[in-house]
Design a protein. Structure first.
Length: 238
């Protein structure tokens, strides 16, 4: 769901650019969900720049915040992989996913902004990266033997297990993308209804408080599932 008045759309309209989608390539690139997706990326880059531009031995400010984030997340991933090498392989993707998604989610709580993750195209794009990466990791670590992950534990059951496993992996695409999209769009619909029916002040506050929690939880779930799938692909098939 998109807000009726979006700050970036108004700005692009003033510049004479297509800001509400359309059939042209430029209109698709500048569609509302893309505008705020680009903004989320820019915020991620700004945070990275602020954290690394004037690094100190004793960190302060943004550097301190980002070091806590990077160090804590690396330790968390290492608890799942039990292998520092594997952790460092998937860490850049996982850290980027969480930061981008949590910023995108919270953006929808600001008047005049929207959550890009409330658009299925965005969540499918993130999901495609996650799915493609963990399959490539499986091939990298196991080569052709990676197919054992789809055969099940009993060789005689392999003809039955293989299609089940394939459908299971297809289901992961829906699980990752639709869960995040569904929660974000439902939050925006509820907020929109509360603003229309009960006014812009006290009535929407409970939904906004719930939205704050949901935004964080959904970013964590997407990150956690991406870790689990990657660790599973890198581990030995049985």
């Amino acid at each position: 769901m998109e807000h009726p008045l979006l700050f970036l759309s108004v700005l692009l309209d003033a510049l004479g650019l297509p800001a509400h989608g359309g059939d042209t390539a430029l209109a698709k690139i500048l569609a509302p969900h893309m505008q705020y997706s680009f903004l989320s990326m820019i915020i991620c880059l700004i945070l990275a720049k602020l954290a690394t531009s004037k690094m100190k031995m004793i960190p302060t400010g943004v550097q301190n915040l980002m070091e806590i984030y990077v160090g804590g997340l690396e330790d968390f991933i290492n608890e799942q992989t039990h292998d520092r090498k594997k952790t460092r392989i998937i860490f850049p993707m996982i850290a980027t996913f969480f930061l981008y998604i949590v910023i995108s989610n919270y953006m929808g709580l600001i008047p005049g902004f929207m959550s890009p993750t409330a658009n299925l195209n965005v969540t499918l794009g993130c999901t495609a990266i996650s799915i493609f990466t963990y399959h490539m990791l499986g091939v990298r670590f196991h080569g052709v033997k990676y197919i054992k992950h789809f055969m099940g534990p009993v060789p005689a059951m392999a003809p039955v297990m293989f299609p089940i496993e394939v459908f299971s992996h297809i289901g992961r695409i829906l699980s990752l993308s639709i869960r995040l999209f569904g929660n974000m769009v439902s939050k925006e619909i509820l907020l929109g209804l509360m603003f229309m029916l009960a006014g812009p002040y006290l009535a929407p506050l409970p939904i906004m408080f719930l939205g704050v929690l949901v935004c964080l939880i959904q970013a964590f779930i997407f990150m956690m599932l991406s870790i689990v799938y990657s660790v599973e692909a890198m581990s030995e098939g049985h």
